[in-house]
Design a protein around this ligand. Structure first.
Ligand code: SAH
Length: 366
């Protein structure tokens, strides 16, 4: 007997590609609208239950297609209510997704790659090396699974701040952005979907092809020399080029948007008052919010978090200059779910990375 052809996973397909899929089947394109609502609004994956599709179409889809999210390997709940899921992927790798409930919103932090290739010296994901890009099904599947498991607490915000660099996987992140914004899928407002980048300039420019979202940029230092030690990608895209791309993005959005600049506070490395003053000058002419992130330690790192005193002084200097600066509250650190602690399991990642990584981090401290 001939082997059955593999089924097409419809999870992660944007409205436009589902329309093309149904047209190719000889079906009316509006079937895409029905399917989106079944999958994302009602959480149904069994075609047999999709009662507004004809019986013949339901049978055909069951034969040739599927709606398959990744599988959950483990779920950990923090004392503060943060939930971290480890998701298994074909081949044995795993990525992490974190749900952060707060009184006024509930944020889901999702991964875009298995590992990361950017080697930021203060990030534990970097130590895992890089294995591969996640597919759109694996990216939006994180939202789908979390939505199933969080009951009454609806996800109000999604941030691409988990493992990986989203702008190095725009082919798959793009359709996920479409679905997060699409009224027939998750219908989130632009300001409720944040893509965080370590500064991939061509990726920022390519974002114009997708629906508007909020952009966060991992800055971490106000000058090229220090930034290159923390974020090696700065050698390719220095600060001036990065900020020029940010301005182009804001201009393209047309609305009154601002960019969030993330700045991880590392003791004795990037937390001196003089650096706050430089940062203030650097961002003076760009609508921005600065998010100061307390450094989260992980095994093997020589870095430590800035003292609260230094963080507050840094924040004050920025505020005195009229900038909006907040200190991000650390969440879920008892289950290693805080920023930069997501490690997952990167099977084909280059293990030697971790030694190189530690050495780079020591150099950055020196
Ligand atoms: N690759 C993307 C998104 C993932 S990281 C990016 O770089 O923006 C999300 C944020 O956490 C980034 O600002 C990152 O620099 C920061 N981060 C990484 N490691 C950290 C750590 N150990 N402590 C605190 N923040 C960290």
């Amino acid at each position: 007997m001939a082997e059955a052809a593999p089924k097409t996973n419809l999870l992660g397909m944007s409205r436009a590609s589902l329309e093309r899929y149904f047209s190719a089947l000889g079906e009316r394109p509006f079937r895409a609208r029905q399917l989106l609502q079944w999958i994302y609004q009602r959480g149904i994956t069994d075609f047999a239950l999709m009662t507004d599709l004809s019986g013949a179409l339901r049978e055909r889809l069951t034969e040739i297609a599927e709606i398959r999210p990744p599988e959950i390997l483990s779920e950990q709940v923090s004392a503060d209510g943060t939930i971290k899921w480890l998701l298994t992927l074909p081949g044995g790798s795993a990525v992490e997704t974190v749900f952060i409930p707060e009184p006024e919103r509930a944020t889901l932090c999702i991964s875009s790659q298995v590992g990361c290739m950017l080697n930021c010296t203060f990030c534990s994901t970097a130590m895992q090396g890089f294995s591969r890009n996640l597919s759109a099904a694996e990216i939006i599947g994180q939202v789908w699974l979390a939505d199933q498991r969080t009951g009454d607490r609806r996800i109000s915000n999604v941030v691409f701040m988990g493992m990986g660099e989203p702008l190095l996987n725009l082919d798959q992140v793009g359709p996920s952005l479409d679905l997060l914004r699409d009224d027939l899928a998750y219908g989130l407002a632009a300001r409720r979907v944040t893509v965080s980048t370590s500064g991939v300039v061509p990726g920022i420019d390519a974002l114009h092809e997708f629906p508007p979202i909020a952009l966060a940029v991992s800055l971490h230092a106000p000058d090229d020399e220090l930034r290159a030690r923390l974020v090696p990608l700065n050698r390719k895209y220095p600060i001036a080029e990065l900020l020029a791309a940010c301005k182009r993005y804001l201009k393209g959005c047309g609305t009154k948007q601002s960019i969030t600049f993330e700045y991880t506070m590392i003791d004795g490395v990037n937390d001196a008052p003089e650096l706050a003053r430089r940062l203030r000058r650097l961002l003076a002419d760009i609508p921005s919010k600065i998010n100061l992130i307390p450094f989260n330690p992980f095994p093997g790192t020589p870095f430590r978090c800035s003292t609260s005193e230094n963080m507050l002084r840094f924040q004050e200097i920025l505020r005195d200059g009229g900038l909006i600066a907040t200190v991000r509250r650390t969440r879920g650190d008892d289950i290693d779910a805080a920023c930069g602690q997501l490690a997952g399991k990167v099977l084909s990642g280059n293990q030697r990375r971790s030694l190189v990584q530690q050495q780079l981090a020591r150099q950055a401290l020196a």
